[in-house]
Design a protein around this ligand. Structure first.
Ligand code: DQA
Length: 146
């Protein structure tokens, strides 16, 4: 068995489904987690899927992923645009990092156009709503095989 794929979610994503559904859709984070888990069935990877509203908690989990994960998919939410700490934590990882967003931040307010995490990411999935997480899992499965 290979190491699990970590999917980490930042602030306010616990409210998915009820928070600005015209932007983020009606699927809940639990819906997304079960679809990601289903995608990994029959593969060599299990799923670690977590959400926190706290920057330090996310830093701790990214550090954990450094040794415990085979890849990291992260939706840092608002911390995408503000957090040097998440960026620094990501920089310490040698596994592939995929940044994932439900919306397309580049089509929104200008303060969302910059991402610290992108500087450490292998790739970015954005603008496809909740299926973006599944696209990220597919990308990771290809990357870790290479
Ligand atoms: C988000 C985009 C961010 O700008 C925003 O702060 C979020 C969600 C997304 O998934 O589209 O909370 O990361």
């Amino acid at each position: 068995m290979s190491k699990p794929i970590y999917v980490l979610n930042g602030p306010n994503l616990n409210l998915l489904g009820v928070r600005e559904p015209e932007i983020y859709g009606y699927d809940t984070l639990a819906d997304i987690e079960s679809r990601c888990a289903a995608l990994l069935e029959g593969t060599d990877h299990s799923l670690v899927f977590r959400q926190s509203n706290h920057e330090g908690q996310l830093v701790d989990w990214i550090q954990e992923a450094r040794t415990e994960a085979s890849a990291l998919i992260i939706n840092p939410a608002a911390y995408t645009h503000t957090s040097v700490a998440l960026y620094d934590a990501c920089k310490a990882l040698s596994i592939p990092i995929i940044e994932c967003h439900l919306s397309n931040p580049h089509a929104r307010e200008s303060f969302r156009h910059h991402s610290y995490v992108s500087l450490a990411a292998k790739g970015i999935v954005a603008g496809f709503g909740s299926i973006g997480y599944e696209l990220a899992i597919r990308a990771v499965l290809t990357l870790v095989k290479q």
